[in-house]
Structures are given as structure tokens and as C-alpha cells.
Design a protein around this ligand. Structure first.
Ligand SMILES: *[C@@H]1O[C@H](CO)[C@@H](O)[C@H](O)[C@H]1NC(C)=O
Ligand SMILES: *[C@@H]1O[C@H](CO)[C@@H](O)[C@H](O)[C@H]1NC(C)=O
Ligand SMILES: *[C@@H]1O[C@H](CO)[C@@H](O)[C@H](O)[C@H]1NC(C)=O
Ligand SMILES: *[C@@H]1O[C@H](CO)[C@@H](O)[C@H](O)[C@H]1NC(C)=O
Ligand SMILES: *[C@@H]1O[C@H](CO)[C@@H](O)[C@H](O)[C@H]1NC(C)=O
Ligand SMILES: *[C@@H]1O[C@H](CO)[C@@H](O)[C@H](O)[C@H]1NC(C)=O
Ligand SMILES: *[C@@H]1O[C@H](CO)[C@@H](O)[C@H](O)[C@H]1NC(C)=O
Ligand SMILES: *[C@@H]1O[C@H](CO)[C@@H](O)[C@H](O)[C@H]1NC(C)=O
Ligand SMILES: *[C@@H]1O[C@H](CO)[C@@H](O)[C@H](O)[C@H]1NC(C)=O
Length: 541
């Protein structure tokens, strides 16, 4: 009782000092999309898997996610080095990265390289493994050996194979001749998958993985990011005949809104640009026709590899609380467009990695192993998708919460009744605290400070919920967009050394007012999850 009273008093105070009120009517579900519980996954660079497995950190962190969300995060092992991976049964060690694991030109592996993955990641983790499509010799002997070894060791944990990584960069890399196009690719794709399907090891297996096709890098509508002249996109490749709903679970595209790969795009890098819902929308909406083509082909589109900034990220942008808010908005916008899964890329020494397993020397600094601020997007979204039962959630983006600095989503249960709301304030607030994180470059610690007091808005959601219904509110919060530490989900932080969750969760309680109105305050640079409490938790929680 004390709890609600204090909430009511608090919310009155908040209204009195609020800088702005955002009134958000919640419409009936309008062609809602599926919100999967395993919507947030990771893509691990093949040469980084062994370093990740050398520390308990990722195992611990993903264990929390699995417990909160109710399902483990899917893991893709893929990236540039997938097409530089050579299977060698005569290797004297399980794997060897040459010249070294920072600069990998070739990754030699043997069967037992796959060992330990299943045990390291939370129980039930699904793996996607990218086979080398570059090396065609001996009818893809190399890819066949990889597939056989992966299935042999991972068994029913390997659910998908990809054939090659970013195959729309193959001409530019000199791995295919000019003229490499959707037709040639489709032919090769059927030939290799046909070989796999008719092999002893596949026919023999009790669990048969299927495929994630396409794996294209270049965004269809950004002219200065077309690496080579080709015709690769989902519309063209399905037109070329790469359609098979039984074998093709998903098509993958890769997306990095910003880039440090070249000088032109490096000059545009900005935290402000990341913290903008309209930019998120612009970056993702170019995939609407691609998503429709995937669905028309009987499969789904996923972001098979993504992160804030391509070519390993940019510290000071990729590893901030602003990036956590961006990732939260990005994943929910994707889901509301029908892109049901997003895999964030990890390199063991990359600036965008949400967590890094081992200390390392980088740009003249000694970085610790640790957890970066962007990881908290995953912790928060795990609560967003959490559920008491296995029925699927549906999601829709809210037209009345669709500004550069403000977005909102409604989540419905299997009977189309409103269950949860998420609001994100993407406005940039730069703080003087939490600027440093010893697992990131101190040379990129922010020196910017926003003037005045941090603005706060009151969100007034007009819900179909009955007056008197209890709601609980969880908060993704941090000192500011520029913060690299001090981030938490309703008081729960992460010990960067052990990956343990720290601190009790302080869940705010609220009550639905007359006419279904729910009030909630939201700081600039913050996100909230408002969920209706089921009758059961009213008495137990
Ligand atoms: C890895 O190899 C590259 C290329 O030979 C070299 O420049 C770099 O110094 C090496 N790094 C380490 C940590 O040995
Ligand atoms: C794979 O391709 C590379 C580049 O063409 C070549 O150097 C290497 O020998 C090939 N290896 C195998 C096992 O086919
Ligand atoms: C097929 O399965 C049998 C029985 O499990 C096993 O002995 C045999 O080695 C398998 N063959 C291949 C090619 O995996
Ligand atoms: C799809 O194919 C058409 C016809 O070949 C081509 O004009 C177009 O550029 C292709 N789309 C992409 C994104 O490459
Ligand atoms: C994302 O949007 C920003 C802002 O419009 C733009 O600069 C960038 O090129 C876009 N990136 C992609 C990959 O679409
Ligand atoms: C949000 O605004 C964009 C234009 O900036 C529009 O295309 C999109 O449909 C809007 N989304 C919703 C959910 O209303
Ligand atoms: C929705 O889920 C509830 C709880 O699991 C179940 O009792 C109900 O039958 C489901 N309704 C539909 C339409 O699937
Ligand atoms: C916030 O700080 C970042 C650097 O950390 C800077 O790039 C950005 O311009 C600042 N934004 C505002 C609105 O002050
Ligand atoms: C959580 O973050 C907020 C915002 O930075 C801060 O005010 C609060 O003290 C933090 N809570 C804990 C327990 O760290």
C-alpha cells in the first residue's frame, strides 16, 4: 500500500515539474508483428570464439538474459573470417589464427574447435554457423568438412547454416569474377546445399539444420555504401529462384548505420546521429520491400549481423549509454517492421562489442575485460519480452510516439489485448558522470556537458486498461547519452569483472487512472517498460 501511495504522490510532483507532456493514444493492434523472445542475438567473429570462451564473462551475461527472457540468445558464428576459415584435419592444435588473433588472414580449424560451445553458452542456445563459400575447390570440400564437424560436435544445437559471409563483396575481394550475380549465387547455393542434404552425415543426423540464405552487406538505398557493381538484394535473389521455405528459414542482410571503414563515412560519425529515432527509421525502412520479398518467399528477413558502426565500431559512440538506447529502439523498430531477429556483432577486441572477454593493449592503452554500456539494451529488452507463458507477443510502433527524440511501442498478448508499453526518449543528454569505463578507450571519454537541468517529460498513455489496474515500471537508465558506465535497469547493474548482476531491482508501481490513462515520467535519454500486472502478481508481487 505504501508503495502505491508514494508512487501517486511522486507522479503528482512529477507532473508539476514536467517540462512537457506527451499524450499517446494506444490504438487497437494494427497489423502487429511478432515479437520473439529470442529477438536479440549475437554474431561472433569466428576468430573471436576461442578468446570469448577463455573467460566466463559472456557465459554469465547470457545466462542472465536466458533467465529473464525465458529463452537463450541465438548465437551466429560468422563474419569476415568465416570465408577465411580452412578445415585441416592434420592440424596439431584445435585451431590456429594466422598471423595472429588480432589480424586474421586465415583461421585453421579442426573438428574439436567446435567443442565446448554448447557447454559454455546457456542450455538450449541455438547456433548458426557460417560455412566458407569462397573456397570452391573439390566441390566445396572445405565447407563440407566444416558442416560435418559442426553437426558432429554441436548436434541439435546447430540449427542453421549460412553459405558465405557478405557474398555481395566477393567481386571486390577478388573471390569471384565480375558477373557474379544472383543467378550464379543461386546456382552455387543449390549445388552446395544439395551436397550437404545428400551427404551421409546429414541424412544420418537426427537433427537436421536448415539454412539462412542471402547474407548481403550493402544497404539497398545508400549509394555511397555499394562496394561493387552487382544485383544482390532479397527482391532480386528471390526472383532469381532462391526460394524454398522448407530449406530457407531466413534471409539475412547486414546493417551498420554508421561506419569507420572509409574517410567519408568516418567524417560523419556521431553520437547525436545514433540517438535519433528518425534516423533509426530511415536506416531500417529501406528494408521494408526486402522484408516483404522474404515473406512472399515463405521465409523471414533478419539482420544477421549489425552494430552501430561498421569496421569494428567507434569508442565514444558504440560503447555508450546512447548506443544502448539506440539498440533498444533499433531492435523494436525492426520487430515492428517484421524483422524478427537482430544479431549484434562481437569481436573480442572490437570497439562496439557489448562485452569483451580478456584484457588487451589497444591504441597505446591497456583495456580491461569488461561490460560496456550498450549491453544494457539487451538486459532491458529481456524484460520487455519476458512472459509467464509461451504464447507469442505481438508488437506495433505507436504513431503518436514517433519523433526524433521519442518513440513508443505497444505489445499485445496472443489475444490482442495490450500487455506492455515501451517508451524511449532518445534526446541527447550529456553528463559529467559515468564518462569512463576501463574496458573502453579513455581517449574517447566524453568532454561534452549538457547545460542546465536534465529535461523530463510526462508520458500520458491512453490505454484500454481498466481503471485501478496495477502496472509496474522498469527503467533503462544512465547518467547520460555520453556515459560509458553507471547504467542500470531499475537499479540492477552488472559487475564488469564477473558479469554478476548487482543490486536489488527497484520496480516502480503505478495504477491505471480514469479512462485508462497511465502517467509515467521519462528523463531525456531514458527508456521505460510499463507492464500490466496480472491478477496473480497483484497478490504475490
Ligand atoms: C599481428 O600481425 C600483424 C600483421 O603481421 C602485426 O602488424 C601485428 O603487430 C600483430 N599483432 C600482434 C599482437 O602480434
Ligand atoms: C582457399 O582459398 C585460398 C584463396 O584462393 C587459397 O589460398 C587456399 O589454398 C584455399 N584452401 C583450400 C583448402 O581450398
Ligand atoms: C551414421 O550413424 C551411425 C549410427 O549412429 C554411425 O555409426 C555412423 O558413423 C554414421 N555415419 C556418418 C557418416 O556420420
Ligand atoms: C536488382 O536487379 C535490377 C535488375 O538487374 C538492378 O537494376 C537493381 O540495381 C538490383 N538491385 C540491387 C539492390 O542491386
Ligand atoms: C543511416 O542514416 C543516416 C542518417 O540519415 C545516414 O547518414 C546513413 O548513411 C544511414 N546508414 C545506412 C546504412 O543506411
Ligand atoms: C513514423 O514516421 C515516419 C516518417 O518519419 C513514417 O514513415 C512512419 O510510418 C511513422 N511510424 C508510425 C508508427 O507512425
Ligand atoms: C492465449 O494464451 C493463454 C494463456 O497461455 C491461453 O489460455 C489461451 O488459450 C491463448 N489464446 C489463444 C487465442 O491462443
Ligand atoms: C554529446 O557528447 C558527444 C561526445 O561524447 C558529442 O559528440 C555530442 O555532440 C554531444 N551532444 C550534445 C547534444 O551535446
Ligand atoms: C541507476 O542509474 C541511475 C541513472 O544513472 C542512477 O541515478 C541510479 O543511482 C542508479 N542506480 C544504481 C543502484 O546504481
Amino acid at each position: 500500500m505504501l508503495h502505491w501511495l508514494s508512487f501517486l504522490l511522486l507522479s503528482n510532483l512529477v507532473v508539476a515539474f514536467a517540462a512537457s507532456i506527451s499524450t499517446v493514444p494506444i490504438p487497437l493492434p494494427n497489423s502487429p508483428r511478432v515479437l520473439r523472445r529470442d529477438l536479440y542475438g549475437y554474431s561472433i567473429e569466428p576468430s573471436s570464439v576461442a578468446p570469448y570462451l577463455q573467460s566466463r564473462l559472456a557465459s554469465k551475461l547470457l545466462g542472465h538474459i536466458s533467465e529473464i527472457a525465458g529463452v537463450p540468445a541465438p548465437i551466429r558464428v560468422g563474419g569476415n573470417t568465416a570465408d577465411q576459415t580452412l578445415f585441416d584435419r592434420t592440424l596439431r592444435v584445435p585451431f590456429e589464427a594466422l598471423p595472429n588473433d588480432t589480424t586474421v588472414e586465415v583461421l585453421h580449424i579442426r573438428k574439436d574447435w567446435f567443442q565446448g560451445w554448447k557447454e559454455y553458452f546457456p542450455r538450449g542456445t541455438n547456433f548458426l554457423y557460417t560455412l566458407n563459400l569462397r573456397n570452391e575447390t573439390g566441390s566445396w570440400m572445405n565447407a563440407m568438412e566444416e558442416a560435418k564437424a559442426a553437426m558432429g560436435v554441436l548436434g541439435d544445437s546447430v540449427s542453421l547454416f549460412e553459405l558465405g559471409n557478405e557474398i555481395d563483396h566477393y567481386i571486390q575481394k577478388g573471390w569471384r569474377d565480375a558477373g557474379w550475380d544472383t543467378k550464379q549465387y543461386t546456382k552455387q547455393w543449390y549445388r552446395l546445399t544439395g551436397q550437404i542434404l545428400s551427404s551421409e552425415f546429414y541424412k544420418n543426423a537426427t537433427h537436421k539444420p536448415v539454412f539462412q540464405a542471402a547474407v548481403f552487406a550493402d544497404p539497398p538505398m545508400v549509394p555511397d555504401q555499394q562496394t561493387e557493381r552487382d544485383d544482390f538484394d532479397i527482391i532480386n535473389v528471390t526472383r532469381a529462384g532462391l526460394v524454398n521455405p522448407k530449406m530457407i528459414d531466413t534471409y539475412a542482410v547486414h546493417l551498420y548505420p554508421q561506419s569507420t571503414c572509409d574517410a567519408v563515412r568516418r567524417a560523419r560519425l556521431s553520437l547525436n546521429l545514433l540517438s535519433d529515432h528518425h534516423v533509426v527509421w530511415r536506416n531500417l525502412s529501406q528494408y521494408i520491400p526486402q522484408e516483404a520479398a522474404a515473406r512472399a518467399a515463405g521465409s523471414r528477413l533478419v539482420l544477421g549481423e549489425t552494430n552501430s558502426v561498421s569496421c569494428s565500431g567507434r569508442s565514444g559512440i558504440s560503447d555508450t549509454f546512447g548506443a544502448a538506447l539506440w539498440a533498444t529502439d533499433y531492435v523494436l523498430t525492426s520487430a515492428s517492421m517484421g524483422i524478427e531477429r537482430v544479431y549484434f556483432h562481437l569481436g573480442h577486441q572490437s570497439e562496439y562489442s557489448a562485452f569483451t572477454p580478456l584484457p588487451y593493449d589497444y591504441q597505446g592503452e591497456r583495456l580491461t575485460a569488461g561490460v560496456r554500456a550498450n549491453f544494457f539494451s539487451h538486459l532491458f529488452l529481456a524484460h520487455v519480452v519476458a512472459s509467464r507463458n509461451a504464447d507469442p507477443w505481438k508488437i506495433t510502433a505507436l504513431p503518436a510516439a514517433n519523433a526524433s527524440d521519442f518513440s513508443g511501442y505497444a505489445i499485445f498478448d496472443n489475444e490482442s489485448s495490450l500487455a506492455k508499453l515501451v517508451f524511449i526518449d532518445l534526446g541527447v543528454w550529456n553528463s559529467t558522470s559515468g564518462r569512463h569505463n576501463p574496458s573502453t578507450l579513455s581517449s574517447t571519454d566524453s568532454t561534452s556537458t549538457s547545460p542546465g537541468t536534465r529535461p523530463r517529460r510526462t508520458v500520458k498513455a491512453q490505454t484500454p486498461w481498466n481503471p485501478g489496474t496495477l502496472v509496474e515500471i522498469l527503467r533503462l537508465q544512465g547518467p547520460g547519452s555520453n556515459a560509458k558506465s553507471g547504467v542500470n535497469v531499475s537499479g540492477v547493474g552488472v559487475d564488469p569483472a564477473t558479469g554478476q548482476l548487482v543490486g536489488p531491482m527497484k520496480v516502480e508501481r503505478g495504477i491505471v487512472n480514469e479512462a485508462g490513462i497511465v502517467h509515467c515520467n521519462l528523463l531525456q535519454a531514458e527508456a521505460v517498460l510499463i507492464q500490466k500486472l496480472s491478477r496473480r502478481s497483484r497478490f504475490t508481487g
